[in-house]
Design a binder for this molecule. Structure first.
Ligand SMILES: NC(=O)c1ccc[n+]([C@@H]2O[C@H](COP(=O)([O-])OP(=O)(O)OC[C@H]3O[C@@H](n4cnc5c(N)ncnc54)[C@H](O)[C@@H]3O)[C@@H](O)[C@H]2O)c1
Length: 360
């Protein structure tokens, strides 16, 4: 069952056709009928089977898609399958890991019937640039090619590609199979049909596409997240609060509300006048540093990366890490269920945009 999470976006999103934007079909956008799409099995291609690639593969497998994935080291295939199978099991699944086909080389992928290709190789500009140059030559031009980069610009990665109009960003959040939102990021030359097609595909696999119109650093969500993280680390630097108090203030304080409403809707509910007054008095005291905080820089310089190294703000045992990971995932799975139940009642959310002068 397809459940819409959040306000009815069809009523929120501007009608692009009215704005004169090209939505296809174009030379790169072959006509496919709905009937044809229903009859053929859907196939996704994923290049890179680490943390993100495995979890993204699970999203599509769990919805009955076939997935072809490039995992270069064959000795790790069992581990890849095990991680994917675990993630598929955590989802409300109607598919299985049995329809995952692994290959060691992108030249062994079959592109017939593929809906899109996504790269999830490490965050290294040169590696991604080379990979896109190869995909540019190998992949039929009607297939969208996406990068899951956290911060690099697709416009730069694809700068020398002949078919860069079908290339864009598809930014999943960790753990990708549990976090519902996915940013669909438009590069300088990405055509509208690519964004539209990916947004539709994401909705069809129970995800919430977030359209981001420019590939600026941090896209949309990470800009907001890092603004929060800068202040969170700064208050520790200043001795205002301990790390556990920062966590509690966000998780059980204002952050607790985010499972019910985003920050803008929440302020709409509580009063924009109060928000304006609070902003006037608090903004001048907020951190505006252009460099990461002292405590973060020192921890990383000392080799304390968190659970990865057994020490960060806290000390970890292997048992403690496993227990924390399980608790974290259990809570996210419960939150997804809650959001789906809440999604049934989104009609009561006021979705009529205010077209008055103040919002122009
Ligand atoms: N981990 C996160 O929290 C997170 C969140 C959002 C986005 N991302 C982005 O997703 C991408 C992948 O991150 P990750 O955490 O999964 O990394 P990872 O290191 O866990 O996985 C990358 C995988 O790609 C493989 N690989 C490297 N070069 C390859 C190539 N040419 N062809 C095929 N496979 C290749 C590696 O062997 C590895 O298995 C990065 O761009 C990262 O910035 C990560």
């Amino acid at each position: 069952m397809q459940v819409v999470l959040g306000p009815d976006r069809s009523r929120l999103e501007p009608d692009r056709r009215k704005a004169g934007e090209r939505t296809g079909p174009t030379a790169l956008h072959p006509a496919t009928t709905e009937g044809q799409e229903k009859m053929t099995r859907k196939i996704a291609v994923i290049v890179g089977c680490g943390i993100m690639g495995s979890d993204v593969a699970a999203i599509f497998l769990s919805q009955g898609w076939d997935v072809q994935a490039v995992a270069r080291d064959e000795t790790k295939w069992d581990a890849v399958r095990a991680r994917v199978a675990r993630a598929v099991q955590q989802l409300d699944s109607r598919g299985t890991v049995g329809t995952l086909r692994l290959v060691t080389d992108i030249r062994d992928l079959a592109w017939s019937g593929v809906q899109f290709g996504l790269e999830t190789v490490p965050e290294d500009f040169e590696a991604k640039r080379k990979l896109f140059a190869e995909l540019d030559r190998l992949v039929p031009p009607q297939i969208p090619l996406l990068t899951n980069t956290s911060g690099l610009r697709i416009s730069e990665i694809a700068r020398d590609c002949a078919t860069r109009e079908r290339m864009g960003g598809l930014h999943f959040f960790l753990p990708a199979h549990l976090v519902p939102a996915v940013e669909v990021v438009r590069g300088e030359l990405t055509q509208a049909w690519v964004i539209d097609r990916l947004s539709n595909i994401l909705r069809s696999v129970d995800r919430i596409p977030i359209r981001v119109e420019k590939d600026v650093p941090g896209f949309l969500a990470n800009r907001i997240q890092h603004a929060l993280m800068r202040e969170a680390f700064a208050v520790i630097d200043e001795g205002l609060a301990r790390p556990e108090d920062v966590d509690a203030a966000v998780r059980f304080g204002f952050g607790f509300r985010y499972v019910a409403a985003g920050p803008i809707l929440q302020k709409e509910l509580s009063g924009l006048d109060t928000q304006l007054a609070a902003g006037r008095s608090i903004y001048p005291a907020l951190n505006t540093a252009s460099k990461p905080s002292r405590v973060l820089t020192e921890l990383v310089a000392s080799g304390h990366y968190g659970t990865k190294t057994g020490q960060g703000f806290w000390k970890w045992t292997p048992e403690g890490i496993a227990a924390e990971q399980q608790r974290f995932e259990r809570a996210l799975i419960a939150a997804v269920k809650l959001l789906k139940e809440d999604g049934q009642g989104t009609n009561h959310i006021p979705v009529e945009p205010n077209s008055g002068g103040a919002t122009k």
